[in-house]
Design a protein. Sequence first.
Lengths: 171, 181
Amino acid sequence: MMLTALALLFGKLSLLAVGGVNSTLPEIAREVVSVHHWLTPAQFAQLFAISNAAPGPNVMISTVIGAHVDGVAGGIVATLAMILPAGVLAMAVSRVWERYREARWRRVLQAALLPVTAGLIVAAAGVLVRQADTGVLTAAITVVCAWVSWRTKVHPLWLLTGGALVGLVVF
Amino acid sequence: MVKNTSIRLSHRELFTGFFQAGILGFGGVLPVARYMIVEQRRWMTQVQFNDLFSLCQFLPGANIVNLSFAFGARQRGVTGAAAAVGGLLGAPVAIVLVLGALYARYGGLPVARHGLAGLAAAATGLMLGTALKIATPVCTRVSNAVLAALVFALVMFLHLSLPLTIALMLPVSVFFAWRAA
């Protein structure tokens, strides 16, 4: 029963998550905390921190919630429910998108999407920076990593390792 | 940058490429995925990546997961999508399940907290750097730069929700693109 409830909830959230998973977090919190009473607000914050500390895409908030509710099976069911409906839609739309590559409406729409995407992605990063950086040192790490990754082709892993080491040594 | 419109990848290449992006994607997969696809393996040019990424960003769901579905399906159909998405998510899902158990026991230790704080700051910086990398070539046109700046301001300073921002700005952007085409 629990697995069905998880599949239905995250399947619905999957198609609601316009603009990515992070913009859907408030809705996820409302459902699992206030509607289903699976988690307390504090537990939700803790699980969110865990999903952020692990590598991988931020759909993994559904993995940790599912695992909390119904063990490993719950985690896997919630993850699949979160990615499949949106993924099937993405495959279908991208196919139509490819087929009409030369059409005028397609080229106009593509050209129109680009600046909006650019603004959205920089704003998403900006919101992240505003929330994350509380001290001078973390802000310095962020600025250095931003500049290096913008201007060079250094592998991201070097910057992540460097940030973690600076944190260990200096904090 | 090399043009790679005709490239056809194997299931194994799709799986290992996205596996690498998933397992190294701390604090967001976009920076590592873009690095892997555009700069390291050159599966797509900067322009092709921006095109597919912008489409995926307007669809519901996680951007990079959607991009893995769409890119994998273009290369090898539904099984290609399964290879790409399985590669992307397999290791992270296993890790987060173990991490959840570990965090419950050791999360309070100073070593864990300090290392994680530095890691989170670096990940935030990477996100910003990658966002600027995506935005820079788009904003070489003045009208694009103005539109992108407006979208940025609506979300960052007026705290508009994403669907509302898109509903407001996409028609304006379509108007400009229509006139330019």
